[in-house]
Structure formats: C-alpha cells, structure tokens
Design a protein around this ligand. Sequence first.
Ligand SMILES: [Zn+2]
Length: 477
Amino acid sequence: MITTIQQVLIPNGDRYQTVDVRLEGEKIGAIAPRLEAKGHLINGRNKLLLPGFVNAHTHSSEMWSRGAIAPLPLELWLAELYDQTLTDPEQVYLSALGTAVETLLSGGTTVVDHLSLIPGQEEASVAAVVRAYREVGIRAYVGPLVYDFSLPAGVPSRGRVRDIPPGEQTASEVLELLERIVEAYHRPEDGISIMAAPTGLQLCSTDLVEGCRDLSDRYSLCRHTHLLETKAQQMLVQEKYGCSAVELFNKLGFLGDRTSLAHGVWLSDTDIDLLASTQSTVVHNPLSNLRLGSGIAPILRYRQAGVNVSFGCDGAASNDSQDLLEAIKIGSILHNITDAEYQNWIRPIESVQMAALGGVTGLGMADQLGTLDAGKTADLVMYDLTSLSLLPRTDPIGLLVLGRPTNAIHSAWVNGKSVVVDGHVTTVDVKELRQRLFEHSQWNRLDESLPLDSASLWRRETEPHYRYVMGLTKGSQ
Ligand SMILES: [Zn+2]
C-alpha cells in the first residue's frame, strides 16, 4: 500500500517546511518538497505532520474509577483503588479500548499499559487488553503489574512493629505466570510487546525484581516499573535496604537503555547520575503527581544530566483523563516555577521531541520510530491547523503544546496503517464503545443506598499508620 501526503507542514529545526511524504507499507518511503503523486493521495495542506507520541505510562483499567476517588495521597488513594478491583475481563477489554482511543485522539500512537490483573483471571486480563489494542491498531507495550507483597508493606514502619500479611503469590509463582504471558502474547512484530514490569520496590521483593530482569534478558523484553513516586516510598526503601531505590535497582541489574521508570519524583543528584550513566528513561506523569500530591519531578535536572525523559498520563484514576497533550503541556510548563533560570525551561519543540523520540527511546525503539525520516516505521499523526483551537495561525507546535488543542487530530497511522481519518478512529466503533462504557457503569452518587465518602476497608486500616509515618498525627513529627 502506497500513500502520498501532499504539501504538509513538518518541523525543520526551529522552523517549518512544506513537503510531500510517501508511506510505503509500514515505512516512511520518502520525504521531499515534491514527490510523484503515487498511490492513495492525502491533502496535507494546512496540516502539521509529527511522529506519534508515546503514552509512556498508564494503567488502562483504572478508567472505571476515574473521577471517583477523593483527593488523597498515593498510599491512601491506592487503598481506595484496591477496593474497586474489576472482576470481569470484558470491562478490562472496554477500558483498554477507551484508553487506546483517547491516546490516539491526543497525539499518541503507542501506549504503555502497566496493567492491573484481575486476581485469578490474570491471563484473561492480558488477553482482553491485547484484543483491544489489536482491534484499535495502536502499538502497545503491556506490562502486567506484578508484586509479591501485600498492600500494607508499601508504607514504611518508622520504628513501629507491624503485622503485615504475606502477599497472595510468591515471587516464583508470579514469575511462572509472567513467563506464560510472555510465551502467549509477546509479539513485537505485530505491535504487541509484553514488558517485565514489577510494580515497584514498595511491593516487590528483590527476588521478584531479579526474576523480572532475567525474564527480560531471556526474551528481550523492555523493563518498566514505578520509581520513587512519593516521599513514603523514598523512606521505605531507605528503611528496608539502607540505600536509595535507584541504587538498589542498579545493584539488581534492572536499569538500562530499555528500562523506563514511572515518576522519579524523590531522587538525589547521585541517583540522577546513575540513571544517566545506565541510559535509563524517566516517564514524567505530571497530572498524577499533582493529583496525588506526590511532588514535582526534577525534570529540568534530568535533562541537564542527560537522562532521557518521556511523558505519561498515568492511570485514569489519578489523572483523571488520558489526554496526552494535556500531560505534555502541564509536564512542560510545571517546571518553570522550579527554576528561575528561564534558559533551562522546556521549549515546545523540545516537548514534542520528548513525547515522540523520548518515548520510543525508553522502549529501545529509537532507531525505528520517533522522528520523521525516510526508512523509519510510519507511526505518524497529522494535526488539522484549521481547528478552532489551533487558530489563528501563529506557531503550530507552540500552540499545540501551550494551547488547549481540541479536535485537532486529523489523521493517524500506526505501522503505516491508517487508524484515524478526519478526526475519527476508523478501526473500532467509538459510538458503540461509548454505549458499552455507559452500560457497564453507574453514577455512584445517584444511588441513595450507597454511603457518601466512606473510606474503604484497606484505607481504614492504612490511614492511622500513614498519618503517623508522614508526621500528620499530633506528636508524631
Ligand atoms: Zn502508575
């Protein structure tokens, strides 16, 4: 299949140029001011073509809880989320469809789904999202969210002796499950990759992290995990292991150029240097960090130290959307308040590069994706510069990043295949998806039989200790 996009704007350094772009099968065949009008012709006039972005960290099934959880810090928010665990793989399928559609319609062509598994239906959970991502045609990295500790282990002790129940599965049971999932679903050539993705050191043993590392070596999997999202996590690892989480991950051989680490809020300069020297990637999830009060990740310091940074929406219950352009905007301008030296601030063209090339670099795909170059795989997004939100005509990328683009995506291609045309996802029936999301949910505050704002059992157990640990209880500072 040959497609020629005619007379479209592309960035050229700090300026723009008008070109024809030829797509040949899965690849970008040629880019030049004028190409022979071959194959399917697309009018690119008044449109901007960019490499697709990566939604580099999310949890698709959280969509069912978006907007529903009270303003709480991560550890208590998580306790609430645990109470709302799904039981039906069909719901997991629908929320993956929703996540994929929202990612595509906000400039993303790849999604990294750190997927919560339904207990007892783990493989069915993975099967459900793989089916959804194949149907939509988005490139997907699915990291089953695995752990071998129970939730209370995720809060530091701060000198208190606590009765922490054991995890539901041992490290070796988890690793056996992961290997079965890899064997069944890891198909990078078809756009579906399984990742070795332990939840994080707060809920995983070093045995499990090492097992994930071995599995990733054996099957050439990308590695993914949460890293130092909250102050409590920083305290926990210090308390338990006497070193920082970055130092421990490094000792365990988990860092590297195919390792992406979500959040990275509470890091020292030594930690940042370790991430740079191991060529690890930090995934910046600014909205989630704000929503959960986790802190502001030191993104400007990462960039100065040479650490690759990409953007993620994080799960839809801590954001509470999957709008990648919104995450890119906030994730770029948030740091202007952290550094008076405005020459360090992130420019819109740099934001776009972080979202595209930065994203694929963290997945070990920078040689195949992330830039507009002949020979690269065609994961592309074309923006309609006549969208009201992108008018009047100024700097298209400046307005795309700093504005509030709505209905701005005209077309998208993944692996050379068209998946969005005229602003509509063409591979799945979005109207039907809306109907099914509606039918599978309810406005929970409309039901008078349900109590208002009652804390979950998990939260009631966790909260007093959390308040003690964080110095929020009188006399515990
Ligand atoms: Zn997360």
